[in-house]
Every structure is written in C-alpha cells, then in structure tokens.
Design a protein around this ligand. Structure first.
Ligand code: FMN
Length: 157
C-alpha cells in the first residue's frame, strides 16, 4: 500500500510529532506541501493531510496545496489535526478540508485530532494552554488510529 503524509507544522512541531508516529505505522513519507510534487499523490493508495488549527481552519499552506490539486480518480485519504480545542460541534474544522478532498476525488476514510500546546495570543499571555501535549497517550491514540486505517484501507487496495 503506497502511503504519503502531507503535513504543515509551523507553530511547535505538534502535528509533525503526530504525523511521524502515523508515518511509522503506515510506512509513509512525511512531507511538507512545498516539498512534494502533487503528481506523486496520483500513485498513492492512501494520503494523510494534517496541520495545526489556526483561527478555526487547517493551515493555509495545506489548504492551498489541496485546492491546487487536479480533480482525478483517487483512492483514500485521511485528515488529522492538533489544536487547543476539540474538533466538535456545529463548526467542525475537519469538515471543509474533508469536503475539498472529496471534490478532488479522494474517499476520506477518517479524521483524527488531538489536543496540543497552544500559544494563540490570549493564551500566550498565560504561558499557553495544553502544555505537554501531544502527550504519550495522544501519540498512542495516533498510533492506534493509523493501525486501524492500515487494516481497513490496506485490505481494499
Ligand atoms: C495564531 C494561532 C491561532 C490558533 N487558532 C486555533 C483555533 O482556532 N482553534 C484551536 O483549537 N487551536 C488554535 N491554535 C492552536 C494550534 O492549533 C496548536 O498549537 C497546534 O498544535 C499547532 O500545530 P503545529 O505546532 O503543528 O503548527 C492556534 C494557535 C495559534 C498560534
């Protein structure tokens, strides 16, 4: 199963840590959007897209990368994020990226998110929130998530 993980992690490397755990399970290269020839994704059975959440959205660099992809028949994708607050409620932040990926031809298999050190301005004043996260438990949850994907998507490809 050919797998790639596209990750933008600019604030504290939080999402990169999660991506690397997933990458080990899925035997996937973890790359920044700028380092990747988009044509490489056409050959993948599974592609992960992840970043921190900034003012309610995935990082602009990741979103722009996905927006510029051509529409073509594609295989599976997953999205993942680290953020101060959960991906929940009416304004789920994973929904727009999932929709965009589906427009590009991907079948989005699943989404993962975990809490992470957050120094958005109001919280910076108090030294940030969610210190120490992603924790060992968060990284273990990422590993289990990736194993589930490998089992599900691997048997389809
Ligand atoms: C300017 C800024 C805006 C942020 N906006 C949000 C937000 O809207 N919701 C949220 O849950 N976390 C928010 N965060 C927290 C980041 O999503 C979190 O720190 C994330 O783990 C950063 O990932 P990275 O270290 O991989 O870049 C924000 C952080 C910064 C610095």
């Amino acid at each position: 199963m050919k797998t790639m993980i596209v990750c933008t992690s600019v604030s504290h490397g939080n999402t990169q840590r999660v991506a690397e755990v997933m990458g080990r399970v899925l035997q996937a290269r973890v790359v920044a959007p700028e380092q990747l020839d988009p044509a490489e994704l056409s050959e993948c059975d599974l592609v992960g897209f992840g970043s921190g959440i900034f003012l309610g959205s995935f990082h602009a660099r990741l979103r722009e990368f996905v927006r510029a992809l051509p529409v073509e028949p594609r295989r599976s994708a997953f999205v993942f994020a680290t953020s101060g607050f959960p991906d929940a409620g009416f304004q789920k932040f994973s929904r727009p990226l999932t929709g965009l990926l589906e427009q590009k031809g991907f079948a989005v298999a699943d989404a993962f998110s975990c809490r992470a050190f957050d120094t958005y301005l109001p919280f910076k004043l108090v030294g940030g929130i969610r210190k120490g996260r992603p924790s060992a438990g968060d990284l273990e949850a990422a590993r289990v998530f990736a194993e589930g994907l490998r089992a599900r998507v691997g048997t389809e490809s």
